[in-house]
Design a protein around this ligand. Structure first.
Ligand code: G6P
Length: 612
């Protein structure tokens, strides 16, 4: 949450900061601000989006070659101009941007107030910048020394960048449990919450580790120290992101672009990792730890939001195919409920961003108890990718729309490959079934393409249901998590209340809600127990509910009862979520657009949740 960008070099800082903030807007978009040094410190900040900041900035002289910027997702203090970052210290010397939460801010604030500090905002961030100045002025310290000492007094999570008006050729950045990347160009440096604002200028990046403080000047370059002032070595990485990946490429919204990218992203996830004709699956990360994973007593899958839904599909896959018991947990619950974790458990952490605070904390807990932790992550070099013992990237490329789409299908593809590989090695499915599933899996990208061809029809359906106040999503077996994911997509971007339910559970409560105004989306592609889902559809129709059913091609039983059907190609049940979720993504998208919602930046949400 909150995006940070900073620049030091020979170019004008402001355009780099503004463009960088736009790239980071998925992290938060309730207010934004920049500070530039051009002989004196100039600050411009405003409630609203980066585009509002851009317009506002035209009134100021913000020329200069060093600056910091921020786009905010409020934690302490409502989103307004005053609470927007950057924040300045009491004497106006320091200015700082921050992502995270200072947990002991109240104690620190009280102590600073006793020393005469006066605060303008309600934020924990302002307390931090006052603290750094207090420490700096007490000991006549350099900025980096003051930052290191002050951070030793801080409890919480942070990624910060600070500038000192008395030493304007320097940026000091630090992180703990919030991401920060330093970009190294030719005679110029960048700092950002992720690499997306940087790749346009340089592909060389350094990922800061927790409790590290980076000092950047043009003459000495980048220096990294621990909080106790010991110089730290760092590695430079090459990032593999092209600018086109960060643009909308002709689509109205990133979300639509990302939905349509799925044939390619699913294929990219499988590329080089399996070959149906030759009958093999090879996941680098799994192979290295294969005997521990194959012999796991139990798999525990942790994640949040959409990643948790992918985990639920993983549970069905691992249990049915590989016969390994699985538990799926919200990371936020797992970390606080003192779970039983044993050495022979394998924990799979799923995260698109690789930065979700609860998932990271849950990983630490599992590692402390000696479980093997495997990461399924999209963002390369992210904190979760680095915190896990081993893992696989899903290779979906940058996902910018706040509602996750291509990351979900990437996660499910990866879990499917893992489950099939384990099933094969453990001998829990017949060779012929393994082979058949591999062939079908390889076909999924072209089948997704076929489902996407129904975009117009789904847009028409969206028109029919755009004014609904509620919606119910039902599914059985593999399609139950798909129902949850479909409902999540609808509520997060269109603000229609939607619930996902196991189809058979409907009669234990939600059936009371059904009347002629209630659209019920039934994901009814199941080969197994098809008659059961037919009964569920009939139960809805008997109460005059409007049924939109996602069915397998040629299903003329449900087609006769449902009000509308969306047909998807027939595949084996374990692979069906990869196809069935596509129409639900499109439906949510079109409904949200028709309701005038900002699909890529839904209210109150952020893509990367780096606070608890
Ligand atoms: C936020 C995002 C969701 C995402 C969830 C977990 O809520 O809006 O789209 O599923 O975080 O994020 P992660 O990056 O860990 O998958």
């Amino acid at each position: 949450m909150c995006g940070i960008v900073a620049y030091l070099g020979h170019r004008e800082a402001l355009p780099i900061l503004l463009k960088g903030l736009q790239r980071l807007e998925y992290r938060g978009y309730d207010s934004a601000g920049v500070a530039v040094h051009n002989g004196q410190l100039q600050i411009c900040k405003i409630k609203g989006k980066v585009s509002d900041l851009q317009a506002h900035a035209e009134q100021f002289d913000l020329h200069g070659h060093v600056g910091i910027g921020h786009t905010r997702w409020a934690t302490h203090g409502e989103p307004n101009d005053i609470n927007a970052h950057p924040h300045t210290s009491g004497h106006g010397r320091l200015t700082l941007v921050h992502n995270g939460i200072i947990e002991n801010y109240a104690t620190l604030k009280k102590r600073l107030e006793e020393k005469g500090h006066v605060f303008k905002s309600d934020t924990d961030t302002e307390v931090l910048v006052h603290l750094i100045e207090e420490v700096q002025e007490m000991g006549d310290l350099s900025l980096e020394q003051a930052v290191r000492l002050a951070l030793n007094l801080v409890v919480g999570a942070y990624a910060i960048v600070v500038m000192d008006a008395k030493d304007p050729g320097k940026l000091v950045a630090a992180r703990k449990a919030s991401p920060l990347v330093v970009g190294i160009g030719e005679g110029e440096y960048f700092v950002a919450s992720d690499a997306t604002p940087i790749v346009e200028y340089t592909k060389k990046v350094v990922y800061l580790n927790d409790n590290e403080v980076a000092t950047i000047t043009l003459d000495k370059g980048l220096q990294v120290h621990s909080l106790d002032s010991i110089e730290q070595p760092y590695e430079t990485h090459e990032v593999n992101i092209d600018i086109e990946m960060l643009e909308k490429g002709g689509y109205d919204y990133f979300m639509l672009k990302e939905i349509f990218e799925q044939p390619r992203t699913i294929a990219d996830c499988m590329r080089g990792r399996m070959n149906a004709r030759e009958g093999w699956i090879k996941l680098g990360g799994v192979d290295e730890y294969s005997s521990r994973i194959e012999n796991a007593d139990r798999i525990i899958i942790i994640g949040c939001g959409t990643s948790w839904h992918a985990g639920l599909i993983g549970e069905y896959l691992f249990e049915e195919l590989a016969r390994i018991p699985v538990e799926v947990e919200y990371a936020s619950e797992f970390r606080y409920r003192n779970p039983v974790i044993r050495e022979n458990d394998v924990v799979i952490a799923i995260s698109q961003s690789g930065e979700t605070a609860d998932t990271l904390a849950a990983i630490e807990l599992a590692k402390k108890q000696n479980a093997l932790v495997y990461g399924i992550v999209n963002v390369v070099g992210s904190s979760i990718a680095r915190a896990t013992d081993c893992g696989s990237y899903i290779h979906a490329g940058p996902e910018i729309g706040v509602a996750s789409t291509k990351a979900f299908t990437g996660q499910v593809t990866l879990l499917t490959m893992m489950a099939l590989s384990l099933a094969h090695k453990r001998g829990t499915i017949p060779k012929s079934q393994y082979q058949q599933l591999l062939y079908e899996l390889e076909e999924i990208p072209s089948l997704v393409e076929k489902v996407l061809e129904q975009n117009r029809q789904i847009e028409y359906l969206a028109g029919e249901y755009k004014d609904a106040a509620n919606a119910l999503y039902l599914g059985r077996g593999y399609q139950f998590p798909v129902a949850l994911e479909g409902a999540l997509k609808l509520k997060e971007i269109s603000y229609i209340h939607a619930e996902g339910y196991p189809a058979a559970e409907m009669k234990h409560g939600p059936i009371a809600l059904i009347d002629e105004n209630m659209p019920v989306l039934v994901i009814a592609t199941n080969q197994n127990h098809h008659d059961k889902i037919v009964s569920n559809v009939q139960e809805v129709k008997a109460r005059k509910g409007q049924v939109v059913a996602v069915v397998r091609e040629g299903d003329n039983v449900i087609s006769r009862i449902a009000d509308h059907v969306i047909e998807i190609p027939a595949v084996a049940d374990p692979l069906s979520p990869l196809l069935a979720v596509i129409p639900l993504q499109l439906l949510a998208y079109h409904i949200a657009v028709m309701r005038g919602c900002n699909v890529d930046q839904p209210r109150n949400l952020a893509k990367s949740v780096t606070v608890e």
